[in-house]
Design a protein around this ligand. Structure first.
Ligand code: SF4
Length: 309
């Protein structure tokens, strides 16, 4: 299995070097919206699938080849905290570079003291929580049998208290599942208890594991954001296809990425999950508007921000 991927541009993290320390697809959950497909190994057993030495060797190699990395991000083929080596790997990265470390986790193991301790060295932790009710959690996240949503929320609250870095909570909304008033109220209370720095609201814009996992419309999403609180951002990379908002958001997202540093059409297509043709169409508009320019380097075409004045 490949341990490192990217760096890939992402709206939230800039250029992010992905670190994948569990085999495909090993997770404590089997979310109906998972863009990786169904979980093949649903487990809560922590196991050193890949050793610290191998991971650090790969990261060191990548850091030599890529100068511009905004985050080293644990994510990928499943739940990264299932590898008990994660704490040691984070410590090893910190000895090697100043590049900040992010962990994208489903938060289900944060009730365990050892998992909370392992993540203390990260600069940013992004746990997800899609429902605060037993029913919603069961239906959306299809958890390993021993997992209890109340205990998970308590674990995230404890982690927030112990951890000094940035914590962003991510909530994925699935039409007809957690977009009801009762579900939103439960999530609002959980957010209040957790006190994250930001709350990122998302909906099913990428192909889900189950076809029945549907997208929540823009009006409802905005409404949900208001109910949950002022620290909320709606972060779907590509929203509400075939609407004007989709086009506006796509261009805005492209500009967010291009402003950080020059990118190729392929970079944008991969990170935004849209076809290359769609990216080209929109970059031509941005070029016409005088917002970006094209530059060739090492036989590659890069899109750059055009600074006026
Ligand atoms: S927690 Fe993440 S990786 Fe695991 S099933 Fe859910 S979306 Fe997929």
């Amino acid at each position: 299995m490949s341990i490192i991927y990217g760096p890939v541009p992402s709206r939230r993290l800039g250029f992010s070097l992905g670190v994948d320390i569990v085999p495909f697809k090993t997770c404590t959950l089997d979310c109906i919206y998972c863009q990786l497909g169904r979980t093949t190994l649903r487990t809560v057993r922590r196991r050193e699938y890949i050793g610290k030495k191998d991971v650090l060797k790969e990261i060191r190699k990548c850091l030599r080849n890529h100068k511009f990395i905004d985050y080293i991000t644990f994510a990928g083929s499943g739940e990264p905290t299932l590898n008990p080596g994660i704490g040691g790997i984070i410590a090893g990265i910190k000895e090697m570079t100043d590049t900040p470390v992010a962990v994208l986790t489903n938060g289900t193991l944060l009730y365990r003291r050892d998992v909370r301790r392992d993540l203390l060295g990260a600069d940013l932790v992004v746990p997800s929580l899609d429902s605060a009710t037993v029913r919603g959690f069961g239906k959306i996240n299809r958890p390993y049998s021993s997992l209890d949503v109340g205990r998970i929320i308590d674990g995230i609250v404890k982690f927030r208290r112990e951890y000094k870095g940035k914590l962003w909570l991510e909530i994925m909304f699935v039409k007809g599942y957690n977009d009801t008033d009762a579900e939103i109220d439960g999530l609002r209370k959980a957010v209040k208890a957790i006190k994250p720095d930001r709350v990122h609201l998302n909906t099913v814009v990428r192909p889900p594991a189950e076809e029945f996992a549907g997208i929540v419309g823009k009006v409802r999403m905005k409404n949900i954001a208001k109910k949950i609180g002022k620290e909320c951002d709606i972060i779907c990379d590509v929203k509400w296809k075939n609407s004007e908002l989709f086009i506006d958001d796509l261009r805005e997202t492209m500009m967010d990425i291009i402003k950080r540093r020059p990118v190729t059409v392929r970079d944008l297509s991969l990170s935004l999950g849209v076809k290359k043709g769609e990216v080209v169409k929109n970059f031509l508009v941005l070029e016409k508007l005088g917002m970006i320019k094209v530059e060739k380097k090492n036989n590659k075409t890069f899109l750059k921000e055009k600074k006026n004045g």
